[in-house]
Design a protein around this ligand. Structure first.
Ligand code: PMP
Length: 432
């Protein structure tokens, strides 16, 4: 295929798909195949994938175990997940329930993280008989009507016409804003007081939904202990805790299998939602909830394709690979080395304000060294330069999209981490 035919593909994309379906890069990449931690585009260029297909590739691209499981299941039957017994769905649900840490857990499969959060909100509002929800400022939970209603990140709040009454809570970000100058302890105390005050002024609230580490929001986390302190307040008011593990689940943070475990003093959440990586690119999402909460709906809530045997076969093979190869441990070890290496690189570049992260979820925030102003144009320039060098990374952040996001497949090797760090350094050095 010649280059003009491929450019034409971009024209066709723009002609037939919504304007807001934004693509990365001035010349968007058409990924045609992948292997391990690398992907190739239609021009035959190879890229080291430091963004895991936006975190969907949990283990590795074209993992033979997943490919085999999918093709074997597809060869037997491709079917819906409803009305008949579905062995792969039951097996994956059993494994996720056991791993979830939630007592007496029930699992409901969807096809995306958005639908998973939709379901969690449906359950919370039904269980608590309230349509008031708390969410964190700068959050991202999806783009369906109710998921977007609890998305505080301005870049993604595509409509303000919410079916839920949502109140946004301080706590997940403080690099800017009224609490920026406070110590961790004072920040936590201020946010807890704010939450108490909010609940005091509001009628019954169904739930608080939060990402343990904000993903789209720029890989930011609250100080240790803040969510545990929140939990104590919420418990007193009977408010449910929904942990959105769409980005933080499956060991990506290295230290823990789920993000909520970093706040374990508060115990397991009432519900957790998952998606992305578990299917290694196949569309799986889901909710895990205590039986009492899950069973509060009064009629079937079914999704024709959530839990379909082919996606479940992918999930089972992928999860087995992850556990057998201790990819959580790999995320901790290789992620730890990568964070150190990137901090060393960042120390020599003026615009790098902070390198932060846990495991293989690493953010590099760009800001003006004197004024502290966010640098979205610099972030966009680094993204382009990295791609020219053969490295795919992501970007995110609050109002300003000035955080580079790194989230490779969890099987990343030390050599690949070194290679990616060197490519990223070259890209950062192109900044004026
Ligand atoms: N929650 C979080 C934390 C996410 O990052 C995302 C996707 N970026 C979602 C929910 C929505 O998931 P999906 O795109 O699969 O609908």
């Amino acid at each position: 295929m010649n280059r003009s035919a491929r450019n034409h593909l971009h024209e066709r994309h723009k002609a037939v798909l919504p304007d807001w379906l934004a693509l990365y890069y001035d010349r968007p990449v058409e990924i045609t195949h992948g292997e391990g931690r690398y992907v190739w585009d239609a021009d035959g260029n190879r890229y080291l994938d430091f963004f895991g297909g936006i975190l969907t590739t949990m283990t590795a691209h074209a993992l033979p175990e997943v490919t085999k499981a999918v093709s074997e299941q597809a060869g037997r039957i491709i079917h819906s997940s409803t009305l008949y017994l579905n062995r792969p769905m039951i097996e994956l649900a059993e494994r996720i329930a056991a791993l979830s840490g939630i007592p007496d857990a029930r699992v409901f499969f969807t096809t995306s993280g958005t639908e998973a959060n939709d379901t969690a909100l449906l359950l919370a509002t039904a269980y608590r008989r309230s349509n008031q929800i708390l969410a964190m400022r700068n959050s991202y939970h999806g783009r369906s009507f109710s998921a977007v209603s609890v998305t505080g990140n301005r870049v993604w709040s595509t409509t303000g016409l919410s079916p839920l009454r949502t109140l946004y809570v301080h706590g997940a970000v403080r690099s800017r804003g009224p609490f920026a100058h406070l110590s961790d302890t004072d920040f936590t105390a201020a946010c807890v007081a704010d939450l108490e005050d909010l609940l005091g002024h509001t009628g019954d609230v169904a739930a608080l939904i939060a990402e343990p580490i904000q993903g789209v929001g720029g890989f930011t986390s609250p100080p240790d202990g803040l969510y545990a302190a929140f939990r104590e307040v919420l418990n007193r008011h009977g408010v449910l805790w929904i942990s959105d593990e769409v980005q933080t689940g499956w060991g990506r943070t290295g230290e823990h299998f789920w993000g909520w475990q970093a706040h374990a003093a508060s115990g397991p959440p009432d519900m957790l939602t998952f998606a992305k990586g578990i299917g290694n690119g196949m569309s799986i999402g889901g909710v895990v909830a205590r039986a009492e909460v899950m069973n509060c709906l009064t009629a079937n809530s079914i999704s024709t394709f959530g839990g379909s045997p082919v996606t479940m076969a992918a999930g089972l093979a992928n999860l087995s690979y992850l556990l057998e190869h201790d990819l959580q441990g790999n995320a901790r070890r290789v992620g730890g080395l990568l964070i150190e290496r990137l901090r060393a690189i960042g120390a020599g570049i003026d615009l790098v304000r902070e390198v932060r992260g846990r495991g293989l979820m690493i953010g590099i925030e760009l800001a003006h060294p004197d004024t502290g102003a966010a640098q979205p144009q610099a972030a966009a320039a680094v993204l382009e330069a990295a791609r020219e060098n053969g490295l795919l990374i992501g970007k995110g952040g609050g109002h300003d999209t000035s955080v580079l996001r790194i989230a490779p497949p969890l099987s990343l090797t030390v050599a690949e981490a070194e290679e990616g760090a060197a490519l990223l350094e070259q890209a950062l050095r192109t900044l004026p």
